[in-house]
Design a protein around this ligand. Structure first.
Ligand code: ZN
Ligand code: ZN
Length: 341
């Protein structure tokens, strides 16, 4: 079968390889892949920045149809549409897995990183970890929910807000746009979207942001304090820049929460005295659990959130890499695996 694989040595691009999968084992299912989104994380792994992974099949935004299951599998059956997300599997029996924090399992596996991923004609999954895609959800759109969708949904859950609260979303890119939709349409929040790109802010405004602000001068706390007298309960930081985290720490009201999503290099600056006096909470969040993904899928199936996607062919993968690095792709490039012969 055809698969998009990491090169040896890694150079930022991919090979299209002919791969033969091993037979499935207990607890596993074989999935005929239909679609798989191309994520910046895939590019990071292909660059070698996370070590060498020669021959590893990439992809963690996959959707496909179960072809075959091992005899002991009861959670999915042939014909079911399932997803292959970043969280390939947790160990299932550690303190994190047992508390519903499987995304933090110390022995978890990650698709397209330490196990073969979804950008191939077929993929072997741990059946209990392949979250079903609801019938009402377009499988192409579902690919983005497996990654950016569940990540932004989980970030809002971690923010501990209540309906009517104000939330600031830093970064109006793919993650920020989905966070805005979840904030408005699922969590019933009032929203301020902050970015340094006016086009992205215009898009956010058209999608229902109550306020938008261009923070090229790092002055978002002043804007927020002037425009939201009730104060802001949470800041979701999807922009991967340390300076943005510093702003976020000064934007929220007492007992507010800063939720870190964008993987920024460097450290965050915070006044310890202000943190104590204000009871500020700072949380990091990494993707989501199976349960979070199932919930995010349901909201997407109800039409409360959607993503911008464009179908592309597997042979164009390295062109897509260049276009992503050049910032030329609006929304998500999704590989149409079904059309491969
Ligand atoms: Zn991703
Ligand atoms: Zn575990």
């Amino acid at each position: 079968m055809k698969a998009v694989t990491i090169k040896n040595p890694a150079d930022g691009y991919f090979n299209i390889s002919n791969v033969t999968l091993r037979p499935i084992q207990a607890g596993e299912a074989l999935v005929d892949m239909e679609y798989c989104g191309v994520c910046h994380t895939d590019l990071l792994i292909a660059s070698g920045a996370q070590g060498e992974h020669p021959g590893r099949i990439t992809g963690h935004e996959g959707v496909g149809i179960v072809r075959e299951v091992a005899p002991d599998v009861t959670s999915v059956k042939p014909g079911d549409r399932v997803s292959v997300a970043w969280l390939y599997a947790g160990c299932g029996h550690c303190e994190y897995c047992e508390q519903g924090l499987e995304n933090l399992c110390r022995n978890r596996h990650e698709s397209g990183f330490d196990v073969d991923g979804a950008m191939a004609q077929q993929c072997i999954v741990k059946a209990d970890w392949a979250v079903p895609v609801p019938a009402g959800l377009d499988p192409v759109k579902a690919t983005s929910i497996t990654c950016a969708g569940v990540t932004s949904y989980k970030a809002l859950k971690e923010a501990d807000t209540k309906p009517g609260d104000w939330v600031v979303i830093y970064g109006a890119g793919g993650l920020g746009n989905l966070a805005l939709q979840f904030a408005k349409n699922v969590f019933n929040l009032k929203t301020i979207v902050i970015d340094i790109n006016d086009e992205k802010l215009t898009l956010a405004k058209s999608m229902g942001a109550d306020l938008t602000f261009n923070a090229s001068n790092n002055d978002s706390p002043k804007f927020v304090h002037e425009h939201v007298t009730a104060g802001v309960s949470a800041a979701i930081v999807t922009a991967p820049a340390a300076t943005v985290f510093d702003q976020a720490a000064n934007v929220i009201k007492a007992h507010g929460t800063v939720v870190a999503v964008g993987m920024a290099a460097g450290n965050m600056q915070m006044s310890i005295a202000k943190m104590i006096v204000d009871g500020t909470r700072v949380k990091g969040t990494l993707t989501g659990t199976r349960h979070d993904l199932a919930e995010a899928f349901e909201y997407a199936a109800e039409g409360k959130v959607t993503s911008m996607t464009r179908l592309r062919r597997m042979k164009d993968i390295n062109k897509i890499v260049d276009e992503m690095h050049a910032g030329k792709i609006q929304g998500r490039a999704v590989i149409d695996i079904k059309s491969e012969l």
